[in-house]
Design a protein around this ligand. Structure first.
Ligand code: PRX
Length: 654
């Protein structure tokens, strides 16, 4: 499973960037303090996290139990405590920071809007009151399908205020994907917008909601629609209502519902190695603690920072580093609706300049895409306010790291490469900007209170340096997922069973170097990482085989210099292998179909046809061969077990 070539190539990277004197001085946590945190956590990690939970969160009922592992691997933290997440993100700042800007928003068309903490609190309360009036109760599921506008955060916080469980569906997902998620969560209400601006176009969100509701979603009673693009949309009498009308006349205060620490704050669907996405369940207190601490430790947020995390709220990064963590720290966040290159290739840097962004967090795919336009583009903008840069979503290649460091950070800003997942809720392996020396391409070392190991196929610890294996987490941590919505058995089988419930199994392979630094090699399961987004190969295959012309499909990833991975689909049709214009037409049709079934991000980059797929005599598809073919490489593997080796030639044809 571990890829030796890859290990060698990243190991050639031996540059070390120690924190600057300035970073050391300014950071809240210096090297000695970090060592003390590690020592404290190492001695008793439950006591460590409990101390932080007491100090950093506001409880309405303090907890007495740190960790309850009586139903392991269903771990529970701070189990007898009660709090409200929106109180922790908003109310607690009102006295000291009520007039401080909480959100700076810039829309793709260039419109700017700001909310102080006081205004944000009022908006959240009004919506929470409106949701209650529409019959939403504590524990009900609310699906949010919104563009990247402040109302998305307001919707999340309003749900948290009344203990409703939100489930955000990324605005780039199709009506079909939305329907599946709404049905799995059995949502009572959907919050959406007429549309959003993205890539110079209007994304018609309400239209997708209408389509999803036409196809099913029988639990949905109401649809709340925020006016963003103001284009004409259909509003169904009795079901659909405008946000601004629903909140009109509502009080600026809504009594928060205090919930148990373990009350689910949200579900977020993510891809796994089957065709059906999993609803990852996060808790209230443990999740909030993880996001709070990582914003404080890794982004080292200060009162005068302007923090821009470019992730959409549809992904976990937008939950932890837009909607919850930074607000719980009382920070100013920037939200941007649009695409990085619309209307020009300097848009990201222009936004940084115009709003004085100090901490900037994005994905390697964006860095690589922007790097292609050359150094002259960012050089036109004043980026002198930036003090810290972050990276997330996939390993950052040293070349992109160096560009980010020299051209964007002007060799002044530490780069925090943060490894974590939807399931982990918050950063797990990442540097402390004032304490950790950086190595381009490594996410460095686990946070205090996080215990990572590398194990072999049998689950034995690998202690040797530079030897690849499964990355696992050996002790529970507060912001970990609690289960898969409605499927406890799948939770155990996906994350724990392989090694007898001893470790949380991440699904990535990694190795540790002689300095104890972790290097992530990629997924070990059939999960692709396309532009920092997770997509299951099975999910794309299920979409393809649902097309009436398709008999069989296999999907693999191929390295891509901007997206990380590109999707290559091998397809067997119910009819003969197509050629010429007919072939081109089917390719277009199938790509559009996958876009409709899942969303544009899942459209295969390439589709190839064969009379069959390469299978063993027992009928197993040999994906390894398909990966080689997708890369355009010669097959050197043994093909003697193949049922019919001649189809390899067909599938090699582009
Ligand atoms: O493979 C790892 C990769 O992204 C996966 C998690 O994807 P998702 O749940 O969508 O969350 C993405 C944002 C946290 C991981 O299993 N990954 C994420 N961050 C990094 C990474 N790989 C290497 N380095 C990272 N910094």
């Amino acid at each position: 499973m571990s890829d030796n070539n890859h290990i060698e190539s990243v190991l050639n990277e031996n540059r070390l960037f120690s924190p600057s004197e300035r970073a050391k001085k300014e950071a809240t946590v210096n090297a000695e303090q970090l060592a003390a945190l590690h020592a404290e956590a190492g001695a008793d990690h439950v006591a460590f996290w409990s101390r932080l939970a007491q100090e950093k969160l506001q409880w309405s009922k303090p907890f007495t139990v740190g960790l309850d592992d009586s139903k392991a691997p269903h771990y529970r933290w701070f189990t007898d405590g009660e709090l409200n997440v929106s109180v922790n993100c908003l109310d607690r700042h009102l006295d000291e920071r009520g007039d401080k800007t909480a959100i700076i928003f810039e829309g793709e068309p260039g419109d700017v809007q700001k909310y102080t903490y006081h205004e944000l609190h009022g908006a959240v309360c009004r919506l929470a009151n409106a949701l209650k009036l529409q019959g939403v109760e504590t524990g009900d599921r609310v699906v949010i399908y919104m563009p990247m506008i402040p109302e998305a955060v307001i919707a999340m916080q309003a749900c948290a205020r009344i203990g409703a469980i939100h489930s955000i569906v990324f605005g780039g997902f199709s009506a079909e994907a939305l329907k599946d998620r709404v049905e799995d969560a059995q949502a009572k209400l959907i919050i959406t917008a007429d549309g959003g601006h993205r890539g110079g176009r209007v994304v018609e969100l309400k239209k997708s909601v209408d389509l999803a509701l036409e196809k099913g979603c029988n639990t949905v009673r109401k649809v709340l629609v925020c006016k963003r693009t103001a284009h004409d949309i259909f509003m169904k009498e009795g079901r659909d209502l405008w946000w601004h009308e629903a909140e009109a006349g509502m009080s600026n205060y809504c009594e928060p519902v205090m919930v148990n620490a373990e009350h689910p704050l949200f579900l977020l669907y993510t891809s796994g190695s089957t065709g059906k996405p999993k609803g990852i369940v996060h808790s209230s207190a443990g999740y909030l603690l993880g996001t709070h601490m990582s914003n404080e430790w890794i982004f080292d947020l200060k009162d005068d920072d302007v923090f821009w995390c470019t992730a959409d709220v549809g992904w976990i990064t937008g939950h932890s580093y837009v909607a919850y963590g930074p607000l719980s720290c009382g920070a100013t966040i920037l939200m941007f609706e649009g695409a990085p290159t619309i209307p020009h290739t300097g848009r990201f840097w222009e936004v940084c300049q115009n709003h004085g962004v100090t901490v900037f967090y994005t994905a390697p795919t964006a860095i690589r895409a922007l790097m292609k336009f050359g150094d002259d583009v960012p050089k036109q903008y004043d980026l002198s306010k930036l003090r810290l840069l972050g990276s997330v979503g996939e390993p950052i290649n040293p070349e992109a790291w160096m560009w980010y460091h020299t051209v964007i950070g002007q060799e002044r800003c530490p780069i925090v490469d943060t490894w974590w997942q939807t399931e982990t809720g918050a950063h797990m392996i990442a540097p402390f900007p004032g304490a950790t020396a950086l190595k381009p391409g490594s996410c460095t070392q686990p946070l205090p209170g996080i215990f990572a190991e590398i194990v072999d196929e049998e689950g034995n610890l690998i202690t040797a340096d530079n030897q690849g294996g499964y990355l696992v987490i050996s002790k529970p941590w507060p912001s970990m997922l609690r289960t898969i919505w409605g499927d406890d058995a799948r939770y155990v089988s996906t994350y724990y069973e392989k090694f007898n419930n001893k470790y949380y199994i991440v699904g990535d392979s990694a190795f540790r170097d002689a300095d104890g630094y972790y290097w992530i090699l990629g997924r070990v399961d059939d999960v692709l990482n396309v532009s920092g987004h997770r997509l299951g190969t099975m999910e794309v295959e299920s979409a393809l085989v649902a097309h009436p012309k398709v008999a069989e499909a296999a999907v693999v990833g191929r390295p891509h210099d901007v997206k990380g991975e590109a999707i290559v689909a091998f397809v067997v049709l119910n009819s003969e292998r197509p050629t010429g214009a007919e072939r081109d037409a089917i390719i277009t049709e199938l790509k559009a179909w996958v876009g409709e079934q899942i969303g544009p991000i899942a459209k295969p980059d390439e589709i190839r046809f064969g009379d069959n797929l390469p299978k063993t005599r027992s009928g197993k598809i040999m994906r390894r061969l398909l990966r080689t073919l997708a890369k355009g490489e010669e097959i050197t593997q043994d093909t003697s077990t193949l049922e019919d080796a001649t189809i390899l030639k067909q599938l090699a044809e582009k």
